[in-house]
Every structure is written in C-alpha cells, then in structure tokens.
Design a protein around this ligand. Structure first.
Ligand SMILES: C[S@@+](CC[C@H](N)C(=O)[O-])C[C@H]1O[C@@H](n2cnc3c(N)ncnc32)[C@H](O)[C@@H]1O
Length: 230
C-alpha cells in the first residue's frame, strides 16, 4: 500500500511539522549495491522506512544525468537527493527542495553524512532561483496537497526543464491517481511514458515540452476522474 499521507494540522508538508522529535535511522540499498544510511525523524514523510514508492523510483527511474543540474522536488529527509548526488557524480548539482524545515535539516545532514554535501543545495521553494534550468526533475510528489496545488507544483518544475533534452522522473501510486496524472501530463504538452509499475507504484518519465504547451488546460483537468487525487 502507498505510505499514508495524513491530513492533520501538523502533517509533514507544513513548514514546521510540530511533532515532537523522535530521531531514527533508515537504510536504503541502491540497485548498484551501495548502502545509504539516512537520519529521519517524526514529522517528515515516511520517517520510519524508505517509502516503497521512493524505492521504486530509484530502482526503475531513468539513468541520472552525470554532471547535470538535478532537482528533487519534495526532498523530505533526502533519500532521492542523496542517491541522485551519488549517481550524478562529483560534477552534478542537486537542488533539494521542500517546504518542511525539519526535512530540509535532515536532508542537509544526510547529504553531508554520505559525502555529497558539496553537491547538494537544500532550499525552501522560495529560495530557488527563478531562472534555474534543470536537466532532470525527480520527485515522489506530495499528492496530499490536492490536485490543483500538485498540478501547479509540477508545472513550475516541468517548465524549468532544459528543452530539448530535459526529463522528469515521477512516482505515484495507482490508488493515488497515477493514471489520471499520466493523462494530465500528456494533455498539458509533456510527453509521458510509463517506465515501470511495481506494487502499484507507477514510475513515469516526462519529457520537456518542445513547443508552447496548451494554455487552455485547467489545473483540474481531466474531469470525471474516478481516482482520488493526482
Ligand atoms: C511524498 S513526500 C516525498 C519525500 C521524499 N522525497 C521521500 O522520498 O521520502 C513529498 C514531500 O513534498 C514536500 N512538499 C509539499 N509541498 C511542497 C512544495 N510546494 N514544494 C516542495 N516540496 C513540497 C513534503 O513536505 C514532502 O516532504
């Protein structure tokens, strides 16, 4: 099942989650055999284990652009960020973006602890340079922010992709609207391919738009969607 994304006042996608600190560590084994140890805490997404969607994304996502400008949208405590920095090599830059301050602090510490702190810039959304152009966007996105906010977030980042050649890798569970999101991305002008489906997690590769995208698509399209979210 997808990790719960609870809807309560101190939920993990607020700037200050409020939950009492309860430090822990989790382990992630990357498909190339590397063991990554990560510090986590209460008040961040999936603080008790590496989320299975995140594991699916890292196992089935596209090759990381070596030496590229990469972004992890909604970095949490940093499992994707650290993997991207390791895979992208010493010349890669990873922008790790999250609204949750505790998650950002953990992500920074985890990048340092895994030897990639020099390549990683952990920032709040409003600290990202507006003109940043990125080779790859990676995200296990915050579905629970709601469809309109999710679409706005994806638009902001997919429009930052280098064109042509830029690419995004996203993971969304089928029960959280993966298939409608895939259709929405295509309708908005981003060619989208399903790379894999693992235990219900769809791993999507999204190409940068090569021409002007349709301007009429609303943030809530498509309509009549039986799925709950994305
Ligand atoms: C599904 S979690 C994934 C976290 C982490 N990447 C992982 O794999 O464990 C989504 C993350 O998006 C963050 N988030 C929510 N709204 C955001 C926004 N507008 N911009 C950036 N991050 C956001 C949440 O705080 C949360 O950490």
């Amino acid at each position: 099942m997808p990790s719960p994304q609870p809807d309560r006042p101190d939920h993990y996608f607020t700037a200050d989650p409020g939950a009492a600190s309860s430090p822990a560590t989790v382990e992630l084994i990357l498909s190339e055999g590397r063991l990554v140890t990560l510090a986590t805490d209460a008040g961040v997404f999936s603080g008790d284990r590496v989320d299975p969607g995140t594991r699916a994304l890292l196992a089935d996502g596209p090759p990381v652009t070596e030496g590229g400008v990469l972004v992890d949208v909604g970095c949490g405590y940093g499992p994707i960020t650290v993997a991207l920095a390791l895979r992208g090599g010493p010349d890669a830059t990873v922008w790790a973006v999250d609204v949750n301050e505790r998650a950002r602090d953990l992500c920074r510490a985890n990048a340092d602890a895994n030897g990639v702190g020099g390549q990683v810039r952990v920032v709040a959304p409003d600290e990202v340079p507006e003109d940043l152009v990125v080779d790859q966007v990676w995200s296990n996105p915050p579905i629970r922010v709601g469809k309109a906010a999710l679409h706005d977030l994806l638009r902001r980042w997919l429009d930052a992709l280098r064109s042509p050649g830029g690419q995004a890798a996203l993971v969304v569970h089928k029960h959280l609207g993966a298939d409608s999101l895939e259709r929405w991305l295509g309708a908005e002008g981003w060619p989208t391919e399903r790379l894999a489906s693992r235990a219900g997690y769809r791993v999507l590769a999204v190409a940068a738009a090569t021409s002007t995208r349709p301007s009429t698509a609303s943030s809530n399209s498509p309509t009549n969607d039986p799925e709950p979210s994305a």
